[in-house]
Every structure is written in C-alpha cells, then in structure tokens.
Write a protein that binds this ligand. Structure first.
Ligand SMILES: [Mg+2]
Length: 259
C-alpha cells in the first residue's frame, strides 16, 4: 500500500509523552506507529531533549518501537542504523561551529542579561552543554516577560534567537531549529513536504508546524493556545484527545479520514 505520508515527525514531551500517565506513551500511538513503520513510514522524534534524556524516557516508557531519526536539543540530527543512533556529522559539526561562533560573540553581554532578570524575577539562569544562557522561570507569565526582553536583545545580534518551551528557554542560533532539522532529514531521505506529517504541542514546535515543512499538521488537546491557533490557521488537525492519543487521532484522520 502506497501511503500518502512517508515521514511522521513528532515532538516528545507533551506531544507523545505524558510524564504522569501510565504508560506515558499511549498504546494506541505505539500500535499505529509500529504498523506504519512496517509499511515504510519513517518516524522522527523532534525534541528539545538530549540523547540521554530521550533514551531514558523511551526506556521508561517500555515502548516496542524505535524512531528512524532524531532531532535532539532542537538542532542535532541522528539516524537509526543497525540498532544504534549515528550522528549526521556534516550537519552536527556545522551546527556546533555556528553555535560556538555565536556564543563567543554574545559572551560579553551575558552578565547584563542575567542582571536584568535577577533584578526583576525569581528565575534561574544557568549554562549547559548546549547554551551559555538557559532560563528556568518560576511562572509562565515571568517566562513570557523575560522572553520578550530576550527577543529585543536578539534583534541586535545576527542569527540569535530564543527557543522557549513553557518556563524553559535558551539562546541559540536561528539557523537550527526543529523545522530546519526536519527539512534536512527529509532532504537526506528524498521525501518532499507533501508526504510529511508533523505534530507538536508547544512554542518550540512552531518552526516545524508549518506548511513550509509539512503538508499534514497535527496538535492535541493539551497544546498551548498559540499552537492550536497556528494549526487551525493552516487548516491542520486539532484533536480533542490529549498527548499521543491526539497525535494518533490526527495521523489516522490524515491517512484514513476526512482530510
Ligand atoms: Mg512538547
């Protein structure tokens, strides 16, 4: 059977993974993905998590399916080969070099940004392996205000942008995001966007939740309102179901349903 969808790119947390549910990834979604992978459909997990964080959560979920490719930390690409994940070296090295150059450029400004936040909010600013400036705000409204401030700063620095997921945010290079990672994977697999379905629930998914990257757009009932709005504006599918059940609902709708 020649299916119209050849790549399914899903965010992880909140989209297919429900931390406090048991099991955290719904059996309906797992069964559907297993069936579609058997028919040649490729599944991509497109996440802000790093490799160890994602592998730990997948192991804890005890799912019997494995993604065919990963976009990690919203920027690095890995392909599944012979039961392991192999980095897309050309892409990942370019990504690392671009970030090193960018972060060296903004380094002198970071104390000023940290002070602005500390003077106004009870928020944590820290450095990790992927960004010299990461934020954990106490409330969503604080994160929104800090996000606005950081956006203003980003307008003064070429190629810098804020990647935000609820109360978490980090500064990163705008040449790399979930959409651009997915586009590179599709290019490598020689699959055009007409055959791509994307699913996400939060702001950091917006770069891939667009017709520029995918014909089929899906979100679930627990998604934040800006995501539901952008999906509706593009005639995508907003499920009444939560988490992975909502994604399965959307996939089935595109494959077997009305759209
Ligand atoms: Mg999410």
């Amino acid at each position: 059977m020649n299916l119209p969808i050849k790549i399914i790119s899903t965010d992880f947390d909140g989209t297919i993974f429900a931390e406090f549910e048991n099991p955290p990834i719904s059996p309906r979604f797992v069964t559907l993905i297993r069936r579609l992978q058997a028919q040649g459909v490729k599944w991509v997990i497109n996440t802000g998590r790093d490799m160890s964080g994602l592998m730990e959560a997948l192991a804890r979920s005890q799912v019997s399916i494995q993604p065919d490719a990963l976009v990690l930390v919203e920027r690095e690409i890995h392909f599944h080969h012979d039961s392991r994940y192999v980095g897309h070296d050309e892409w990942n090295h370019g990504c690392t070099a671009a970030h090193e150059e960018l972060f060296a450029r903004i380094h002198p400004d970071l104390p000023r940004l940290r002070k602005w936040i500390a003077d106004r909010y009870d928020a944590t600013v820290y450095e990790d392996d992927y960004s010299p400036f990461c934020l954990l705000a106490r409330h969503t409204r604080d994160a929104e205000a800090i996000h606005n401030y950081l956006d203003e700063y980003c307008r003064t620095v070429p190629n810098l942008h804020v990647v935000r997921n609820d109360v978490y945010a980090r500064l990163a290079h705008n040449g790399y995001d979930k959409g651009k990672g997915l586009a590179e994977i599709a290019r490598r697999w020689r699959i055009s966007r007409e055959h791509i379905l994307v699913a996400g629930d939060h702001l950091n998914d917006l770069p891939m939740l667009t017709r520029d990257h995918a014909h089929s757009l899906v979100t679930n009932d627990n998604a934040v309102e800006p995501v539901k709005t952008t999906i509706r504006q593009q005639n995508g599918f907003v499920s009444q179901l939560s988490h992975a059940n909502g994604v399965a609902d959307g996939i089935e709708n595109y494959l077997f349903g009305k759209q």
